[in-house]
Design a protein around this ligand. Structure first.
Ligand code: GRG
Length: 294
């Protein structure tokens, strides 16, 4: 097995080449919208969700190619959520992935539409995934739809916006993390597993893995917001304090937040026990998310 750094670099290349093929070119009419979509997609994200999707497919005995449409789909959905989250009517951010946000370059209307188009494209891509024995393509579309909607991503964003300026109980914060962050990470691994025709107990294990890893991921994200610079993160640091958001560091402090993220990563490892050595990459990825510094 290649070392994690090489693996990540190769996987980013593999995913980026697929996205390049699957998203209309910047010369496709109307060019502005395709330029705007490509601006945000190719600004240099870490590609964690598609990488997790492909690694989950492999843990279930499938090929990365079988899950490639689903992997590209989760990146498109994720990028749509970032574009909309950055709009002036939401978090109002100028910087994302180290470059000016979509609306700063293309204006609010075009950024809104670029997000809309990426979300539609995400569903188109899942719909192109070949069905497996246990999972129809419709079941995969349903998996993404539930996560994108008001019970998860959108719902989490609503609770997040409504919670600004308030000290939320930890239970509410957990709900926000599960909805706006862990749900899409979970769907990423599940869509990889479904494309690879996972056994039901493997799908359940990956659900548990995704929720634990996703929760840890958001806690780390909140820690980085107060401990890292804007330059390092490629997005504005210190936003949570400025917008008086409840976060783990704000509610329980940095050390206890780190402990919590560690415990969740241990739980993510335990969830993978059913796979034995086949899930080694997923274990490495969970550790990588815990140790990341941007
Ligand atoms: C439906 C508009 C809308 C929003 C849903 C997902 C979300 C809620 C908002 C996006 C912004 C945000 C703070 C999301 C939480 C998850 C998170 C930390 C995203 C950043 O993910 P990374 O670090 O980003 O993987 P890159 O740029 O590397 O892909």
């Amino acid at each position: 097995m290649s070392d994690l750094k090489t693996y990540l670099a190769q996987r980013i290349q593999f995913v980026d080449a697929a996205l390049d093929r699957m998203i209309p070119t910047a010369e496709t009419r109307p060019v502005t919208i395709h330029k705007a979509m490509r601006h945000s997609i190719f600004a240099g994200g870490k590609r964690l969700r598609p990488i997790l999707c492909l690694a989950a497919a492999e843990a279930c005995g499938g090929s990365p190619e079988s899950a490639l449409f689903n992997a590209a789909a989760v990146e498109c959905l994720h990028t749509y959520s970032l574009i909309h989250d950055d709009l002036p009517c939401m978090d109002n951010d100028d910087l994302r992935r180290g470059v000016p946000t979509c609306h700063k370059v293309y204006g609010d209307a075009m950024a809104l539409l670029a997000g809309d188009a990426l979300q539609a494209l995400a569903f188109e891509l899942v719909a192109k995934t070949q069905q497996a024995v246990r999972y129809t393509t419709g079941a995969m579309v349903l998996e993404l739809a539930r996560t994108a909607g008001s019970l998860h991503l959108v719902g989490g964003q609503v609770a997040d916006l409504e919670g600004e300026g308030q000290k939320l109980p930890l239970e509410d914060l957990r709900y926000i993390h599960e909805s706006k962050t862990a749900a899409l990470l979970t769907t990423s691994v599940k869509l990889g597993a479904m494309a690879a025709d996972a056994q039901p107990e493997e799908l359940q294990a990956l659900h548990d893995f995704g929720m634990a890893t996703g929760h840890a991921f958001q806690i780390i994200d909140d820690i980085l917001d107060v401990t890292q610079t804007t330059e390092k993160l490629g997005k504005s640091a210190g936003k949570d304090v400025a917008s008086e958001k409840s976060t783990y560091p704000a509610l329980i402090g940095l050390e206890a937040s780190r402990d919590e993220a560690h415990k969740l990563t241990e739980a993510a490892h335990r969830a993978l026990d059913v796979f034995g050595p086949r899930a080694e990459r997923l274990r490495q990825l969970a550790d990588h998310l815990l140790q990341r510094d941007y």
